[in-house]
Design a protein. Structure first.
Length: 290
C-alpha cells in the first residue's frame, strides 16, 4: 500500500571520477576524514593510497589481479564485518576494464564458446557485475568509489601557441554505473577542481568548481544523517517467516526476499536457518509420501 514518503538516514554512495593525476585518491581520503570514523581502502593502484598514510589514518587492502567482481564483493563484506565506517574503493574501474575484470571475462568466454557469439556470452557475465553493484548498494557502511576517466588531449591557446592539454572524459565503468550513486564528482587536472555530474543531495547546486576538502565530507554526513533512522533488521522475524513455509518453492521465494535485505552480520545465521527449514520440509514431504 502507498504511504506518506519520509526521508530516512542513509549511507553514502559517492563516485569520484577523473584522469590520472587529478587527485582521486587524496580527494576520497579527504572526504572520508570529514565523514569521520574508521576508514578502510581497497587499493587496486599498486599501493598508491598508502602514500597518504602520513596524512590520514586508515587501513588498506592492496588488491592485485584478477579483479573479478567476486573479489571486490568479498572485500566489501570484510570491511563491513570489521566495523569500518567508510570504505574507499580505489578504484572500481578494474572490475570492469582490468585483468580478470568483466570485459576480460567476457572476451575469454566469447573466444571459448563454439559460436564465438559475444552477445550470448553476457548472459552469464552480467549477473556477476550486477551482484557486485548490489554489494555496493546494500553494504551497511559509507562507500566512496573512485573511477578512472578516459583521457583525451585538446589544444589550448597559450600565448598565441597551441599547447596540448590532458582532460578527463567519461568514467571507465559499465554504462549506467553512476546512476546508482548518491553523488558523482569529477576532478580536473588543473587545480584538482570539482564539478558535479550527478547529485541527489542538493548540496552542490550552483557551486563553483573548487577542490575537495574535509568540509565536503562534513556537509555530506550531515545531510545523510538528517532523516529517520532506518528500521533495524529483525533476524528472529525473518527466520519465523521461513519456518512458516510449507514447501520448497515457498521457502525459496521467502528466502530470496529476506536475503536481499539481510545485513552482512546476519547472513550466516539466516543461511543456516534456511538449511534447517529445507531439511524440515524434506522430512515432512517424505513422511507424507510414505
Amino acid at each position: 500500500m502507498f504511504k506518506k514518503a519520509t526521508r530516512k538516514s542513509a549511507k553514502l554512495r559517492l563516485g569520484i571520477a577523473g584522469p590520472s593525476g587529478s587527485g582521486k585518491t587524496f580527494g576520497a581520503l579527504t572526504i572520508a576524514s570529514g565523514i569521520g570514523g574508521k576508514i578502510a581502502v581497497i587499493d587496486t593502484e599498486n599501493g598508491s593510497a598508502s602514500l597518504y598514510s602520513n596524512r590520514f589514518p586508515f587501513d588498506v587492502l592492496e588488491l592485485a589481479p584478477p579483479f573479478t567482481p567476486e573479489r571486490y564483493q568479498e572485500a566489501i563484506s570484510a570491511a563491513a564485518a570489521a566495523g569500518y565506517d567508510t570504505l574507499i574503493m580505489d578504484s572500481v574501474t578494474p572490475e570492469w576494464d582490468g585483468p580478470g575484470g568483466i570485459l576480460d571475462i567476457h572476451d575469454k568466454a566469447t573466444k571459448a564458446s563454439k559460436s564465438g557469439n559475444s552477445y550470448t556470452a553476457w548472459a552469464d557475465i552480467t549477473p556477476r557485475h550486477n551482484a557486485f553493484l548490489n554489494a555496493i548498494l546494500r553494504a551497511p557502511i559509507h562507500i566512496i568509489c573512485t573511477l578512472r576517466s578516459k583521457t583525451e588531449y585538446v589544444l589550448q591557446d597559450v600565448g598565441g601557441k597551441s599547447v596540448p592539454r590532458k582532460v578527463g572524459m567519461a568514467p571507465i565503468q559499465r554504462a549506467g554505473f553512476e546512476y546508482e550513486l548518491t553523488t558523482v564528482l569529477e576532478l580536473s587536472l588543473d587545480g584538482h577542481l570539482v564539478t558535479v555530474s550527478k547529485d541527489r543531495t542538493g548540496l552542490f547546486d550552483g557551486a563553483d568548481p573548487a577542490p575537495l576538502s574535509k568540509a565536503t565530507g562534513e556537509r555530506l554526513i550531515t545531510w545523510l544523517n538528517d532523516g529517520e533512522a532506518p528500521q533495524a533488521f529483525d533476524a528472529d522475524a525473518a527466520i519465523a517467516r521461513m519456518e512458516r513455509c510449507t514447501d520448497m518453492a515457498d521457502l525459496a521465494a521467502t528466502f530470496k526476499d529476506i536475503w536481499t535485505d539481510t545485513p552482512v552480520e546476519h547472513k550466516q545465521r539466516i543461511a543456516a536457518a534456511k538449511d534447517t527449514c529445507k531439511t524440515k520440509i524434506t522430512a515432512t514431504t517424505q513422511g507424507d509420501a510414505a
